[in-house]
Design a protein around this ligand. Structure first.
Ligand code: FMN
Length: 338
């Protein structure tokens, strides 16, 4: 077995275990981030992407995404936008609100983001005078906290720009770069190209966080070994399973697997997820219960007999109904009866 990967730091901020939670829209709210940290193994968490324009226009819905607490440290707040001045202003606002790290989204390909020249659209042009450099430099000038970027391998297979992009970002003062090894054009299809992550790692001195298709502890070990990356970022594998970081970290440090959580343990964590979301939430219970349906129905995927439980959870309108579905499972009743 290879030696376990060590801690690293981002602009002086220690990341004590090199496994990080990927930013995921509609998923990585306070409750989910807190559970990932609390269950162990996760060294850094990130909010979902937040619109710099919406911060500029003081959107109440966007301000409701400012759900972080000091105890979460270190955490990154991810911003997107293509206007350097607006991004600088938004960065100041989130830094003043306590962000430890500001991450700039340069990987999102959805039209709403890419059409305004933000997200992965920035990977289309590279150079000293380009939107990405202007945005990065404006954000770095605006705040005293470290600034990171999250990119894809490039816009499409003919434009794998992650390497020159990473070099330019480092030169501008970016303190770490996360690389999702798919192109924007791929969306979530195909496989992540880990070789691009290795190429970026070879090209820069700042920490490189590899991302894409790390689903198991073995995948995490392989990504460290094959790319030499400093950290591994986990997204989809953590959904409905915020314990994956603990499982991966245990494997990386001991070569052994932790047992999978039982149905009752899963239900207890799902219920905490729901309660913490609503307690911390800045909007109404109804809004959060709708959002929670997509999250807490994932906790028992693959567990025999869990379809009925999911059916109850997906129809829940209130926290009380979520509790009524999960409490019997926590009490040890067979899941099939939930
Ligand atoms: C539901 C969902 C929402 C996402 N939202 C964001 C986001 O807000 N910002 C971002 O940079 N990437 C976002 N991503 C991409 C992930 O951060 C990550 O790069 C991608 O899922 C690949 O990692 P994985 O294979 O571990 O899931 C999202 C992915 C998913 C599945």
């Amino acid at each position: 077995m290879q030696a376990a990967p060590g801690p690293f730091s981002i602009g002086g901020i220690p990341v004590t275990t090199p496994l990080t939670l990927a930013p995921m829209a509609g998923q990585t709210n306070y409750a989910f981030r807190a559970l990932a940290r609390e269950l162990g193994g996760c060294g850094l968490v990130c909010t979902e992407l937040i619109s710099s324009q919406a911060i500029h226009y003081k959107s109440q819905k966007t301000y409701a995404m400012f759900d972080w607490v000091e105890d979460e440290s270190p955490f990154a707040v991810q911003l997107f936008g293509a206007d350097p001045d607006v991004m600088a202003e938004a960065a100041r606002v989130v830094a003043d609100a306590g962000a430890d790290i500001i991450d700039i989204n340069m990987g999102c390909w959805v039209p709403k983001v890419a059409k305004q020249g933000a997200g992965a659209a920035m990977l289309k042009e590279i150079g000293d005078v380009c939107t990405a450099t202007a945005v990065v430099e404006a954000v770095i000038r605006a705040v005293n906290v470290p600034v990171t970027v999250k990119v894809r391998a490039g816009w499409d297979a003919n434009n794998l720009t992650a390497v020159p992009f990473a070099k330019a970002a480092e030169q501008s003062g970016v303190q770490a770069i996360a690389v999702h090894g798919r192109t924007a054009e791929q969306g979530f299809t195909g496989k992540a190209n880990w070789d691009i992550i290795r190429q970026v790692k070879d090209a820069v001195k700042i920490p490189v966080i590899g991302n894409g298709d790390v689903d198991t502890p073995e995948d995490a070990a392989r990504m460290f070994a094959e790319t030499g990356c400093d950290g591994v970022m986990i997204g989809r594998a953590a959904l409905g399973a915020p314990w994956v970081f603990a499982q991966m970290w245990h494997y990386l440090t001991t070569g052994e697997h932790l047992p999978a959580p039982t149905a009752a343990e899963r239900a207890a964590i799902a219920l905490r997820h729901a309660r913490m979301t609503i307690e911390r939430g800045l909007m109404s219970e109804t809004v959060y219960v709708r959002e929670l349906r997509g999250q807490i129905t994932k906790y028992h995927l693959g567990i025999p007999g869990s379809a009925k439980l999911r059916d109850r959870l997906v129809r829940a309108e209130t926290l009380a109904q979520i509790e009524a579905a999960l409490l019997p499972v926590i009490a040890g009743e067979p899941i099939i009866a939930a």
